[in-house]
Design a protein. Structure first.
Length: 191
């Protein structure tokens, strides 16, 4: 089965394909994807907006869209739905990480979670949504070379950041993995 993913983020496409490959599902992306304004107030609403828009362009094809990010308790859930552009520039991982670290300076409560909402749409209508979370803490500095986004400051209970573990290991515990696992199970029931 082929799915289309409404994202330009090559890190996400790679991660999605790695997780879905054992179910025989191949995820393709839109090469000349236009930007869609994310006007929702939640990850789920934004995922649905993107999936519905792009699935309306592909007749009878399934499209998934993910909206995900970091939610920090001490920052009242920020960066939240603004995770990709938290520093003001969309996709500047380094600047986003540094802004969170600066805002967390001196804060004792460092609890946070990665959140992922995935919408599955067909012919411009949402079929179903899926949700995954990974609990952790905000570190004190960037560490690790793997991953993308906030991985280098997201501390797991074992003391490593998600950028310090191998991608195969991350793909077994991540928020995106948990949401994609639900999607994969759902697709098994309809194909």
């Amino acid at each position: 089965m082929v799915l289309y993913a409404a994202t330009k983020n090559q890190g996400k496409i790679k991660e999605i394909n790695k997780i879905m490959e054992r179910a025989g599902i191949i995820c393709k992306y839109f090469p000349d994807m236009e930007d869609v304004e994310e006007t929702g107030s939640t990850f789920e609403e934004n995922a649905k907006i993107k999936a519905d828009f792009f699935s309306s362009k592909l007749k009878d094809e399934y499209v998934i869209a993910d909206d995900s990010g970091l939610s920090v308790d001490a920052l009242n859930g920020a960066p939240g739905i603004y995770s990709a552009r938290y520093s003001g520039t969309h996709g500047d991982d380094k600047a986003n990480n540094l802004k969170v670290l600066k805002e967390m300076h001196g804060k004792e409560n460092r609890k946070c979670r990665f959140i992922c909402a995935i919408a599955l749409s067909k012919n411009g209508k949402t079929v179903k949504t899926f949700h995954g979370e990974l609990e952790g803490e905000v570190g004190y500095e960037e560490r690790g070379e793997n991953g993308f986004g906030y991985d280098s400051i997201f501390l797991l209970p074992n003391g490593k950041t998600t950028a310090e573990i191998k991608s195969d290991e991350k793909n077994k515990i991540s928020h995106r993995y948990k949401a994609l696992e639900q999607l994969r199970d759902y697709l098994d029931t309809i194909i």
